[in-house]
Ligand binder design. Sequence first.
Ligand SMILES: [Zn+2]
Length: 535
Amino acid sequence: GDLRPLPMPHMEIRKLSLAGGQTTIIEDKPLGFYLFKLASPLAPHGRVNLDFDINYQNVGFVNSNPHVNLTFNGTFLNDRYLPYIGYAPDIELTEDGTRHRHGLNTVKRLPKLDDMAARNDNSQTTAADWINFEATVSTSPDQIAIMPGYLQNEWTDNGRRYFHYKMDAPILDLYSLNSARYAVRRDKWKDVNLEVYYQPGHEFDIDHMLQGMKLSLDYCSTNFSPFQFHQLRIIEFPRYQMFAESLANTIPFSESIGFLTYVDPKKPDNIDLPLYVTAHETAHQWWGHQVISANVEGQTSIIETLAQYSALMIMKHYYGEQGIRKFLKFELDRYLRGRAQERNEEEPLYKVDTNQGYIHYNKGAVVMYALQDYIGEDKVNQALAAFTKRYQFQGPPYPVSTDLISYLKQVTPPEYRYLYDDLWENITLYDNRTSSATYIQLPDGKYKVHLVIEGRKVRSDGKGQEHEIPVHDWIDVGVRDSSGKFLYLQKQKIDQKHVEVDVTVNGVPARAGIDPLDKLIDRNPEDNVVSVEKK
Ligand SMILES: [Zn+2]
């Protein structure tokens, strides 16, 4: 949370010159911020070349905050190492308390949803729309350097190893540069070359990660639109940083969440991170690289929530309806924990702020899972395919969360449209419970189960102030036998706080209750289901 010189330490600008000349108006070396006046004005759609030569160097060891992107073996740089145009809000201090200590105003939130001018910027880079990309990079002779695009040529010159990459279609103005002593595993999905660049010795999860790429390519291309590249690469980087990200045909991936991750099959709560993360990042080739949201609030409810939804559906098909439960529990727990730790204000999903991962990842996953449960996975995907068709590879104005919601609403039966109000546009929490469940055996050998259910639903504001709202919801009611198999599972309209439900089942009932699979955001799911007593 401290203020440090930006963009990077040990930066030496050797050259930064615009063709035609420039006059320096501002030169803020510690912050790396420069303002130049051109010798002659640049016409709209005009071009001017910027020549630059910037040197970064790691000198010895430091006491704290070591610079870990540029390393001996495992360099991982992003586009922020090259000059960029305009103000960079993504490197502002984001936490209100820290800003206050530095005498800054409360953080400026993203532009509002209805800010039409802001819709002309995409959420990834405000400096450009879709760009042509080509790069030549050199590295140590025993390393491979990787950037987005397809390798055109490779050569050695003067003790350096050179790589020339070029993309054959416009991409967003985002790129990465990885360099290390990589080994490469190659595979194929249809005509697409799959490659994993890894540290020798880190083979443990590679097959599983390749499987994640294939499952995700299959799922997204079948349900949304064709894959746009003929190559997709995962590139390992050191565990100094713990994330993965998706650039065009390129997925830098930390060794800490794949490669070496052991998923213990005996631990039922263990999440298969290598598969889940790979599926998520591969899905970003659609959500973020085919469809890109506008730079307004709620932008990540398109990019991140849909990548998370895609990954969750892939897990559902891979692990089955039962195996998916732990993923949903993981997401629900993270959401509830995240909102408890919120230091600014919780936003509803459709206005989520970019740093509220507990909303766009975790709540988003729970919400989209519920939605496909209510209206059907095929209907959700039909809406997402139409949404993709409308916006893929489009320039400004870019789509916003309410555009996505309107596509989803079109495939949603009227009786379920309240879900968008609850799940997307407000912060809605449930506290459903079952007070009692009893059964009697009927003369025909069947069993009649009598349930006493309480439906409770609250709305919360951004600061956590809650008020109760009436329940008019379709909610699962379930009865299981002693082996855990459902004898009955149906959505019932719960439109009073106190409801009594009778269902007839074929086997001896053991446990029964409301929302037994925790599909809703229920803070206390333990009391949803009770033992069924014989009357
Ligand atoms: Zn993501």
